[in-house]
Design a protein around this ligand. Sequence first.
Ligand code: NAG
Ligand code: NAG
Length: 497
Amino acid sequence: MGQETKWLLIIGIYFIKSCEPFFSFDEAPLPSNSTEDLADYSNIDTRFSVRTAEYPDDDFCYLVPGNADTFSQCGFVMSAPTFLVIHGWSVAGIFESWLYKLVTALFEREPNANVVVVDWLERASQHYPTSAENTKVVGKEVAKFINWLEDMKYPLEKLHVLGYSLGAHVAGIAGNLMSNKVSRITGLDPAGPRFEHAEDLRRLSPDDAHFVDVLHTNTRGTPDLSIGIQRPVGHVDIYPNGGTFQPGCSLQSTIKMIASYGLQNMAQIVKCSHERSVHLFIDSLVNREFQSWAYRCSSKEAFNKGMCLSCRKNRCNKVGYGINKVRTTRSARMFLKTREMMPYKVFHYQIKLHVFSKKSITLVEQPLLVSLYGTTAEKEGISVTVPAMSSNTTITFLLTTDVDIGELLMVKMTWERDSYFSGLFSSDEFMIRRLRVKVGETQAKVIFVSRDREFAHLSQGGGEIVFVKSKEDQVSRREERLHRLKAHGSFFQQNTD
Ligand SMILES: *[C@@H]1O[C@H](CO)[C@@H](O)[C@H](O)[C@H]1NC(C)=O
Ligand SMILES: *[C@@H]1O[C@H](CO)[C@@H](O)[C@H](O)[C@H]1NC(C)=O
């Protein structure tokens, strides 16, 4: 772990040194207020490439604001939904490989849609502060383009703008300047430096479209140094894996990538978590049967204790394309865990238990191994670190599985030694009567009891303890149903028949 941190520091320093201006903290200036020239279509440098499903990677035909002939020339369908994709900062000045993958996925999900790629590569391949500043002029040109679409009677409720990194702020600035709002803007890890503390007009914000949803995937570090913006900037802001750093983007994966792609690909490696936002969206487009869900929570810490798996009152939502357009007054932070590769979906479980002991024990950072057995599959040996375990307290933690185990039937648990010596000579032991399990994806709540005796004995470095579904739980549910029937009067009617 120490070694890994050191490596990441070296890589981080390399990255900072190679693009020093990335990290300066003046805010981007306000977009100019001159709306009168928004109808002037001359001198628009930004290009609007209409892509096709057959050649998702190639630019054949550009829509030219003010020239209505380009609609038919490019095969743009006025009655079809349109995706407008805006790229971000580009070190190399070329489209990155995620772009054609996203275009392909959009066509796979919506074969009849128009997919238009906004090309501002020239202005996006400057030093970071210059490119960040350019979001202002590019945003204005995108606003002109969208105003023109509207003038040509294209329905804006069919327009979905997707912006990655700096492109998310281009979308936001355009949203501010347009005469009318588009249906939706999706921000894919909107850029952080120079935007974290910027006012609404200079960056993506909820008032830029009828619905604004955001995926935050690389928000590590202090706010000014974070590559992705940390604050919520949409109606729904989703922070996969806490939003800081993504699984599969660790040093081990990094070293593998260096081995296969060489050091010149460093920027690509550093962007792994940043770009994950795009791949999570692609996943939601193409893997419909593996729809990920996110859960509203006050903090990452509370989420990691499994305390936020509720779906009541819009507390959970679909991740990505199929999101429910819930607009709350205050933006909602939502969380989920993911796998390290596509499909990213995992199943979330909260395990809650009360640990008893006669003697007073207080331990921190205790490693547990938990196995879940369900009707269709099982997942064994899931490791969890419980931050604190002390006598006669309730502990709660989050578990995830990448397989759908069906309905949960049995839980096994062992308490590992936290070091070689601990537990060898001590005999710390807790007694557990029952587990309460809540499943995010099904909203099921089930009580499990010790299989072999009233209390299971969980001892450090000791054997496995087994819990099965409680009969008492089934009884209490029958009672609950009877109670409901009674309350509605039908119980007595049924009995007097
Ligand atoms: C900017 O626009 C607002 C509202 O349209 C207007 O009140 C203000 O005077 C404008 N500012 C400048 C500098 O033109
Ligand atoms: C925990 O609770 C049990 C039963 O209520 C009690 O017998 C035991 O002494 C308590 N342990 C501690 C350390 O307070």
